[in-house]
Design a protein around this ligand. Sequence first.
Ligand code: AMP
Ligand code: MG
Length: 413
Amino acid sequence: MITVEEASAQVLSRIPVLEAERVPLLESLGRVLAEDVISDIDVAPFDNSAMDGYAVRYADIATASEDTPVTLSVIEHIPAGVEPRLRVAPGQASRIMTGAPVPAGADAVVKVEVTRAGENDGGTGGTVEILATAKLGENIRGKAEEVRAGEAVLLTGELIGPAAIGLAASVGHDHLMVRRRPRVAIVSTGDELVDVTEKPGPGKIRNSNSYSIAAQVTQAGAEPHMLGVARDTEEDTRALLSRAPEFDLMITTGGVSMGDFDVVKKVLEEIGELDFWRVAMRPGAPQTFGTIGGTPFFGLPGNPTSTMVGFEMFIRPALLKMAGRTALARPRVVATLTHDVRKKADRRYFMRARLTATGDGTYSVAVSGNQSSALLTAMHRGNCLMSLPEGESFIAAGTSVMCIRLDMEEGTA
Ligand code: AMP
Ligand code: MG
């Protein structure tokens, strides 16, 4: 058996980064940029007002205060979206709205809250009293503050989030060049499986793994393709596994333990190449990895939680790498164990657990339910995997343990 770290390193060394494609702007959300995004204009395109108020000459209002107000004549009203026509001369002001271009001659904007309307209600042709001074340039947002024409506003390798979508839109890009989403084939194996729509007959159970895996694939930003269930025969398993080259990655569940009908490893060795098949971890020691026709292949164990933990530890980082991501590890946090744990010393344990913030900046952690790998509820109720190292067989309450956060994305925290 190899360690979790050895298995991860072997997997990642075989994972390619996928090519790029040009997609409509909104479809780029969650993907990795494969080009710099260059702006066609200055953003902002012109100096503009950050406030509703009056565009003034600083020299005119430098000494203004409540007791010594300065009265200016209002020459123009400038709404957003309209080009000013008049230059502000000494003793003058223009009424201006947020986002409107600052008129020539003005070098500060006084917000409306520190003015008092005079003649004509402070409108064009009337007057305004300025009741407070402003700094030179105050409330003026500069031309090209975000980006200059011809310069990059987004860089190759950056992950596209909502703010990046907004930036791309502001510089005129309605399509972006991003890494392709991995296409992932999902196969469940087992004569006992029936579909979710069926009531299981004697000896049968519903196929839940195809669904939980498809959900994990989707959450990892990849595209699930459920190919169905392979019966526990070499022919049926071969027929589905041989479709691996149609996809970027293939995942099977079940059929990799020591039972009489566990044929996945045998078929993999026959039509592909086996890299490893056992990892010193619990749940899910029978983690099978290899390639079929060059496509990375993962034979996950059949027990529903072993399947999900195997996906989390090995497949999710692989899918992120394919999609061009560079942060591949979930955030980890040290927490104080609230109860004793007994384990086998020969392997790493990933216990389904719940982290709780204690309020003083530290965390406590406890298992989130029955740890049988056949059960999913503890996985559902938990928010982390408590990682307990090889070499230990008893971990006492109060010990600091490492927890892998499943509720936070890679590259955060
Ligand atoms: P196996 O590795 O094929 O022996 O499967 C181990 C356990 O996981 C058995 O109890 C199976 O019935 C169960 N199992 C296998 N595949 C699935 C599946 N797709 N959905 C739910 N349970 C499964
Ligand atoms: Mg089976």
